[in-house]
Ligand binder design. Structure first.
Ligand code: XMP
Length: 520
């Protein structure tokens, strides 16, 4: 693992298992302030390690008054660091400082309105005394007694909505300022970070680029680094970054499993040659993958087979290269957070994501993950700094197992071809009508269903495809992107008219949750 020198982290976000912890981090980084998430049970060590200037307690599903619910070491309240508690975070502040929290019969979920009761730095410039403002609530417990030294600075219709202890700089919000539905939420976070904690806005992606380049150079020395290239944003940015740091010492391996989009392999190779001077090894493993997937219908088995074979092929190629010491991977911050639960245990696996986590061990290589601290949009900004073109930076995410998980049921070469052609038409239409960049991810799924149709004067009996387009921030949740009727009608006509083997098009309008983005 690439270790950075000890550093200061100006804001620590203590996670109590909230669904919106990542949003808190996003809001802070958008202000230009660096922050990291930490677990509640290691907070004191993290304070010693990172010397934060602000601490934020996230919300969470537990009840603060329960004996074994997550709490912080009380020393945190004496550390002289400003604290902002959000929802459950505010409730533990109250419970741990001798206030009182109880189950409420006036639960608030969704939009609510607060009324400001007292002037406060947190509200400065945005919320005047007696004004009302829309917020987003999600709680089943309420604070009934605030600790001594605190005052109530806002109320909703039924509950205490905000508290503060000005002397100790400890604040609590019952609502979620990180969520867009809280109209003044961003301003409150800004006031806390900049005006109350007086933190400098010095988190800039070009500083990160310079810092990482220096670190990578010093760690890699004269050794070689290998990197798996998929053509997606993350691996392209990693490759460009390492290439900037150590030039030709980087060797990329591109395993073509044959489950890529139409002509993608050519595009990836071309892009790579245009934008880096690293070496690239192209491995054509199409036949191997199709053979291994023959007859396999179960989604998890498909994922496992692809993951396993990918590692084998990569390993074989990597072993042919001499003097390699490092393996670079495009792990992002959400992957780091998601792989751990707040208490350190593993989260329930919905799908086994294609990752090459076993590789460094098998190859006896040290891992370099320079994007570990970044969110996707920050990776895109970094790509821009590295002068990568828009067609790489703004590319929609594409899953490691590729089209295999977009063909429910058995995979055949014929089906892959059909899907490649359908997908090609779809993506081109999105680009033609300037929709591609408004959508987070768009793709088609080839369903294992045939239906009867009539084309010309003949009966057809062909496959069905489903069209999906979603908006999202990070892939954790997703909303459907609604097309205008004309667009979707004309798209369906083009797909059925131009791709042999398809006679019906469906439009998937399910959000995540309850569905996932991919079908398998
Ligand atoms: P789901 O289907 O879990 O997808 O809602 C969330 C996001 O992750 C992508 N995805 C993957 N990405 N390896 C990846 O690198 C995988 O195995 C994988 N499976 C899903 C998916 O395309 C979406 O953007």
């Amino acid at each position: 693992m690439l270790k950075k020198n000890k550093k200061n982290v100006p804001v620590l976000v203590v996670d109590f298992g909230s669904q919106t912890t990542q949003l808190i981090l996003r809001r802070i980084r958008e202000i230009g302030v660096y922050c990291e998430v930490v677990s509640y049970f290691s907070i004191i060590n993290k304070i010693k390690e990172f010397k934060p200037k602000a601490i934020i307690f996230s919300g969470g599903p537990s009840s603060a008054f329960e004996r074994f619910s997550p709490k912080v070491d009380k020393k945190v309240f004496k550390a002289n660091i400003p604290i902002l508690g959000i929802c459950y975070g505010m409730q533990i502040i109250c419970e741990q400082l001798n206030g009182k929290v109880k189950k409420t019969n006036k639960r608030e979920f969704g939009k609510a309105h607060i009324k400001v009761l007292k002037k406060n730095l947190l509200f400065k410039g945005n919320l005047k005394v007696s004004s009302k403002s829309q917020v987003w609530m999600s709680h089943g417990d309420e604070v009934v007694n605030i600790p001594s030294g605190f005052e109530i600075i806002a109320k909703s219709e039924d509950n205490i909505a905000a508290i503060s202890n000005i002397k100790k700089k400890i604040y609590g919000l019952q609502f979620h300022p990180e969520v867009n539905h809280t109209l003044k939420g961003k301003h409150l976070i800004r006031n806390f970070i900049l005006n109350i904690c007086k933190i400098k806005q010095d988190w800039k992606i070009n500083n990160f680029l310079e810092e990482q380049t220096t670190i990578i150079k010093s760690i890699v020395g004269k050794n070689r680094v290998i990197c798996g290239l998929s053509g997606g944003v993350d691996s392209s940015v990693v490759a460009a970054l390492i290439n900037k740091a150590v030039g030709g010492q980087l060797i990329c391996i591109f395993v073509d499993h044959g489950l890529l989009r139409k002509d993608e392999e050519k595009e990836v190779m071309q892009n790579f040659k245009n934008y880096t001077n690293a070496k690239i090894i192209y491995v054509n493993a199409k036949n191997l993958f199709i053979k291994k997937l023959k007859g396999v219908k179960n989604p998890e088995r498909k994922r496992k087979i692809i993951g396993r074979e990918f590692i084998k092929v990569f390993e074989t190629e990597a072993k042919k290269i001499k003097n390699v010491k490092f393996l670079a991977q495009g792990t992002l911050y959400p992957d780091v957070i998601e792989s751990k639960k707040i208490d350190g245990s593993k989260q329930q696996i919905i799908k086994s994501h294609h990752n090459v986590g076993g590789l460094p061990k098998r190859l006896n290589l040290k891992l370099i993950e320079p994007l570990r601290e970044l969110f996707k949009d920050e990776v895109r900004s970094l790509g821009k700094e590295l002068k990568l073109p828009d067609n790489i930076i703004r590319r929609h995410p594409f899953p490691g197992p590729g089209l295999a998980i977009r063909i429910p049921g058995e995979i055949t070469s014929k089906k892959i071809n059909i899907l490649k052609n359908v997908d090609h038409i779809y993506i081109n239409e999105l680009k033609k009508y300037n929709l591609y960049n408004k959508i987070w991810q768009a793709f088609c799924v080839l369903l294992p269903i045939r239906s009867v149709g009539v084309m010309g004067d003949s009966r057809s009996y062909e496959f069905t495809v489903s069209v999906r387009a979603i908006t999202s921030k990070d892939g954790m949740t997703a909303e459907v992107f609604y097309f205008k009727e004309n667009f979707i009608k004309s798209l369906a006509g083009k797909i059925v008219g131009q791709v042999k083997g398809v006679n019906r098009v469906l439009y998937d309008i399910t959000s995540k949750p309850p569905a996932t983005i991919e079908w398998e």
